[in-house]
Structure formats: structure tokens, C-alpha cells
Design a binder for this molecule. Structure first.
Ligand code: PFF
Length: 465
């Protein structure tokens, strides 16, 4: 860590010293943490169903292009800001703005990022709780003989039960905050060291199993044969939006993880590897899921119910379905937990650094607030399902507000800050890329194509074109 960043960080008002915050013990651990954040419900739940809905291969191709043009440049910028600032997102923006002589109001981008992560976690924990309910159900043979109707009814019964939803959601929050409360090394690092390899092994077992169904090649063709006639303009925008969510951008997670990154690690190379691992997991999840869907004559374009309604039918019919289904939902729970951890860390770091309170107090405070807010999501599936704002339930509104408004706006702000408010020299030094051509390519992407891409999704979301 450069001495000046410590000195300036401690002098920027609103932030206590960056000393003693903790650092990842190696680049490998940062890779595990960032990949753990990126790989989550987005990869295993959302990516397969939006691919199914948007016709397969062509969608995958556009999604990959979005990861390259928008996702990776922004990911690098966020990690860079975090590492240079050595503080929570608000403190990091404040420091960099100060160093660049730019307006101190840029710090709001950091505050909004922290808030985005906090809000997402309040509903992410509830959805992750579904996996906790489905894992034991699968293992105990609860899916045997399910058909479309009874599987839909099983999922409906879970959503209708506020006690169950709140119970599992609280469990996810307690696990998440329990781990985060132990600190960067003792909590995050120790848990990630076994959760991430466990996740990967489970995924490989499931892909291996899917390869034996006889319908593996059908899934390969579905995912990789690009038929652009099946992809509408809407599909392109969904792909663009998903690139944001899946790489955990604009919610403080990557920035705060970057702030624990040891100096001297190549941000470009590590970010590239994280994006690669995230994409690989999404594609492998597709290769684990679609062969089962095809082998059982089910519908790949089933939408959000693909995992919680369609897949259980397959698990209930196939050999070893109990075990495979159980492992699948355990894998989903682990993936969601490592993402939830990264969603809470920006808030914890922000509370403790901005207000000078202990990490323990920050965990307690945010735990209570998150739990209360999560009840809104719980009730939006049952008691409050009729209460809507612009036709959206509490859960839908939060999802829309964060994923469709706050993330793109925050991302756009971050790219503009990095590419236009900071000088090329500051950024090049902070990023530490030695090859000038490579840096030049990234710099141009970040200044032009990335903001343009984000702007297109955002304007479309607002219905402006
Ligand atoms: N990337 C996670 C997923 O794909 O499920 C979701 C996520 C995690 C979004 C952390 C934002 C974040 F800060």
C-alpha cells in the first residue's frame, strides 16, 4: 500500500484511518472472494432461465460481448478505486476525488453503491433461503412423482408461507453476518477457502451426471448454436443488464474487496480471471441443467421457475435424482452465501469506518435493519401480495430499483468518474498496467463504449426507446 494513500485516507473527513483494516493474504484469496461474489443466484438461477427465454446460443454470444465490453472494464475500475482508496466505497471515492482535485460530491457514488448492496441483500437472502428449503426436500425424496402442476403447487406453498420464508431468510442473514463479523481473514477468507472449491466440485459432479443423460449434446447445441432470428432487441438488453448483476458491479462489493487487495497484484489479470471463472460457472450451470430438462421432455424457456419448478420434476423422475437434486440445491445455497457475504461487507466497512464503531456493532446494526427490510420481501409473496406500487410488489420494486435503476446509474457514474474526472496518469499508476497498448485499449473502452452501452440499457429500462 502506498504511504500517501494511507495518509490521505486518514485525512479525508468522514473516514477513520485505513490502517488495520486487513488485507487478503494473497492474490489467490482475492480471486476466490471476487469469484465467490460474482458466482451466485445470477449464474445458477438467472443465467440459465434468461438464456432459455431468449433462445439460447445467440443470447449467450451477446452476453459474452457485454461481459467483455462493459463488465470487465468496469470491474477493473471498481477494484482499482477500492485498492487506491483503501477504504469503504464512500471513503475510496472521496480520497480519489481529493487526489484528482475533483468535486467532493463524487463520494455519493460510493454511498449509493453501499446502499445498493444493502438493499439487494435484503431480498437476495430471502431467495437464497428457497435453496435451503429445497435441499432437504430433494434429499428426502420430496420431489418423487412431481408433475408440472404439483411442482408448481409445491413452490407456491413455500411462497405462501411467511414463517418458512422468514425463517430461511433469517438463517441466510445470520450465516452471512456471522462470517462477515469475524473479519476479513478469520471470517471471509477462511470460509471462502472451503466454500469455493466445494462449489466447483459440486458443479463438476452435476455436469458429469448431466453428461450421462444422453441429452448432453442437445444442451450444448442449445447453448452454443447461435440462431440470431431467435434473439430480439429485448434479449440484447437483458444480456447487458445481466452482465452487471453477475459481476457484482455497482454495489460496492468489488470495490470493497479491492480495498483489501495487496499492492502489486495485477488488477487487469485478476479481473479477467474473475470474469472468466464467473462465465465458466454460468455456462457449466447451463450444461448441468439443460440436459436434465431435455432428457425429461421439459421446457427450457420456463422462466424464473426453471430451477424451482421445472428441475424438481426432472429430479423426481431420474435415477439418483434425490442425491443429484440435493447436491444441486446445496451448491446453489453455497453460491448464494458467498455472494451475500460480499453484499454485506460494503455496509459493514462503511458503518465501522465512517462512524468509527466496532465491526461487531456494525454487524448487529446492519443485521437488524436487513432483517426488518427482508420481511418486506417475505410478505410480498403472501400477506402483502396485493399491495403494489406501479403494479409491482415490494420485492419486485426493490429488485427493479436496484438492478434496473441504481446499478446502471451507479455504474455509469463510476465509469465517468474514472474515465473523465481522474487523470490518465493517476489511473494508469493505480491500475499498474505496464503495457501501454493494453492500458490504452482499456482506457478508450472505459471512456466511450462502456458508458454508451450502459446508457442504452438504462434508457431502455426507462422506456425511452
Ligand atoms: N453476482 C451475484 C450473482 O450473480 O448472483 C449477485 C451480486 C452479488 C450482485 C454481489 C451484486 C453484488 F454486490
Amino acid at each position: 500500500m502506498s504511504q500517501d494513500s494511507i495518509a490521505v485516507a486518514s485525512s479525508v473527513d468522514g473516514n477513520s484511518s485505513s490502517e488495520g483494516r486487513g488485507l487478503w493474504s494473497s492474490r489467490w484469496v482475492f480471486f476466490l472472494a471476487a469469484t465467490g461474489s460474482a458466482v451466485g443466484l445470477g449464474n445458477i438461477w438467472k443465467f440459465p432461465y434468461i438464456t432459455g427465454e431468449n433462445g439460447g446460443g445467440a443470447f449467450v454470444l451477446v452476453y459474452l460481448a457485454c461481459i467483455l465490453v462493459i463488465g470487465i472494464p468496469l470491474l477493473m475500475a471498481e477494484v482499482m478505486i477500492g485498492r487506491r482508496g483503501r477504504a469503504n466505497p464512500e471513503g475510496a471515492f472521496a480520497l480519489l476525488a481529493k487526489v484528482a482535485g475533483a468535486s467532493r460530491h463524487w463520494r455519493w457514488l460510493g454511498t449509493v453503491a453501499v446502499l445498493t448492496g444493502f438493499l439487494i441483500l435484503s431480498f437476495y437472502a430471502v431467495v437464497a433461503g428457497w435453496a435451503l428449503d429445497y435441499a432437504p426436500a430433494a434429499l428426502s425424496g420430496g420431489f418423487a412423482g412431481l408433475d408440472g402442476e404439483s411442482s408448481g403447487a409445491l413452490f407456491g406453498a413455500l411462497l405462501a408461507d411467511p414463517w418458512k420464508l422468514a425463517g430461511y431468510g433469517s438463517l441466510v442473514l445470520a450465516l452471512t453476518l456471522g462470517i462477515v463479523g469475524l473479519g476479513v481473514r478469520e471470517g471471509l477468507e477462511r470460509s471462502l477457502r472451503f466454500l469455493m472449491p466445494g462449489l466447483f466440485v459440486l458443479l463438476l459432479i452435476l455436469v458429469g451426471y448431466a453428461a450421462t443423460t444422453g441429452h448432453f449434446m442437445q444442451a450444448v447445441h442449445f447453448l452454443f448454436d447461435a440462431d440470431f432470428s431467435k434473439l430480439g432487441g429485448q434479449g440484447v438488453l437483458v444480456a447487458l443488464g445481466h452482465a452487471f448483476f453477475t459481476l457484482s458491479l455497482a454495489s460496492g462489493a468489488m470495490m470493497v474487496y479491492g480495498s483489501y487487495l495487496p499492492a502489486g497484484t495485477s488488477i487487469a489479470r485478476t479481473s479477467l480471471l474473475v470474469a472468466l471463472a464467473d462465465t465458466l460457472v454460468a455456462l457449466l450451470a447451463g450444461l448441468a441443467i439443460f440436459p436434465l430438462v431435455f432428457a425429461n421432455g421439459l421446457e427450457p424457456g420456463a422462466g424464473p421457475g426453471l430451477i424451482f419448478v421445472t428441475l424438481p420434476i426432472a429430479f423426481g423422475q431420474m435415477p439418483l435424482g434425490q442425491l443429484v437434486g440435493g447436491l444441486f440445491f446445496i451448491m446453489l445455497a453455497i453460491a448464494a452465501l458467498t455472494s451475500a457475504i460480499s453484499l454485506s461487507e460494503p455496509t459493514i466497512a462503511w458503518l465501522s469506518e465512517k462512524f468509527g464503531i466496532s465491526r461487531f456493532k456494525a454487524v448487529l446494526l446492519s443485521g437488524v435493519a436487513l432483517w426488518l427490510l427482508s420481511l418486506g420481501t417475505v410478505f410480498s409473496f403472501n400477506a402483502w401480495s396485493e399491495i403494489t406500487l406501479f403494479g409491482k410488489t415490494f420485492f419486485d420494486s426493490l429488485d427493479y430499483l436496484t438492478t434496473n435503476l441504481m446499478m446502471p446509474l451507479g455504474g455509469l457514474g463510476t465509469v465517468l468518474f474514472t474515465g473523465w474526472a481522474l487523470s490518465r496518469k493517476t489511473v494508469q499508476e493505480a491500475l499498474g498496467i505496464e503495457q501501454p497498448q493494453l492500458f490504452g485499449l482499456w482506457w478508450q473502452l472505459l471512456r466511450w463504449l462502456t458508458p454508451l452501452g450502459i446508457l442504452i440499457v438504462f434508457l431502455h429500462t426507462l422506456g425511452l426507446f
